[in-house]
Design a protein around this ligand. Structure first.
Ligand SMILES: Nc1ncnc2c1ncn2[C@@H]1O[C@H](COP(=O)(O)OP(=O)(O)OP(=O)(O)O)[C@@H](O)[C@H]1O
Ligand SMILES: [Mg+2]
Length: 264
């Protein structure tokens, strides 16, 4: 009898110890998850800022080697000011993404965001034999956080350009107004994606650009762009999908909620 009572006591004690251990482990997991989020966000912020530094650096170098050319110096300064302002906005918006705070979403016109992206990028696509077609109604609006949605578009545009660098091609950006959502498509006629890679491309750090060449310079991808796009689209309750034919073309489809009436 005594032994049964003792056994029960010991079992209860054991259970209490396991529960305590379990709670400690849960706490550690949530702390590690928070750290992992900070790590991933830091990488993403660095990645996006890096995208913006290329243009001012290129123009500034041109201005230094052409000291008499005032228009180039002016352009270098304009690019620097504009891209620094954008970088500051990205920092603010990415940090709030890390803390899972809901920034103010707005009704925004994708045409404007896309125009700004092409102004922020340093190199003209035509120089790499890439023609750009934009087929988006001027007044079409989506419901999104402007700077974040712009980062999605910028990453997709940069990937499309990378895929067409070796032989040129066409980048087509179009939009369709559906009944309760807006669907944007970013299509390129570049290298395409291997079927086996398609399921990995949204993973953090997945890249096939380890030793690729970009406009004559050796460059490498960090595999952050699409992971970042996916995170932003999820936060927007939107979707990002891809279809690709190896050696032929790739289409990224973005679905976002429609603009909200009375919220401008
Ligand atoms: N339009 C595209 N055409 C062909 N392959 C693509 C395209 N977009 C993405 N990919 C593939 O998906 C991979 C992951 O893209 P992601 O943008 O996440 O990283 P990255 O471009 O390699 O590097 P980063 O964007 O961090 O500089 C790319 O390395 C490439 O293999
Ligand atoms: Mg990329």
């Amino acid at each position: 009898m005594t032994s049964i009572i003792e056994k029960r006591r010991s079992l209860h004690k054991n259970l209490a110890t396991q529960k305590l251990r379990n709670n400690t482990l849960k706490l550690q997991i949530s702390q590690l998850q928070a750290l992992a989020n900070i790590g991933a966000t830091t990488c993403m912020v660095a990645h996006e800022i890096n995208n913006l530094l290329t243009a001012p650096a290129t123009y500034a170098a041109l201005a230094i080697s052409n000291p008499q050319d005032k228009p180039i110096a002016e352009k270098a300064m304009q690019k620097t000011v504009k891209n620094c302002q954008r970088a500051a906005k990205i920092l603010e918006s990415m940090l709030s993404l890390a803390n899972s705070q809901e920034n103010d979403k707005q009704n925004i016109r994708p045409v404007i965001l896309i125009e700004e992206i092409f102004n922020a990028l340093g190199r003209d696509f035509a120089k790499d034999n890439i023609s750009v077609e934009i087929q988006i109604p001027d007044d079409l609006e989506v419901w999104a956080i402007p700077i974040q949605f712009q980062q999605v578009l910028m990453n997709l545009i940069l990937n499309a350009r990378d895929a067409m660098l070796s032989r040129g091609g066409t980048l087509k950006i179009s939009a369709e107004d559906k009944s309760d959502s807006v669907c944007l498509q970013i299509c390129d006629t570049g290298s395409g994606i291997k079927p086996a890679d398609l399921e990995n491309i949204f993973d953090l750090f997945f890249t096939t650009k380890k030793a690729a060449k970009k406009s004559g310079e050796t460059s490498s991808g960090s595999g952050l762009g699409l992971a970042f796009c996916k995170k932003i689209m999820d936060e927007h309750h939107g979707q990002i999908n891809v279809q690709s034919e190896l050696g032929k073309s790739t289409v990224f489809k973005l679905t976002l909620p429609k603009a909200q009436s009375g919220n401008n």
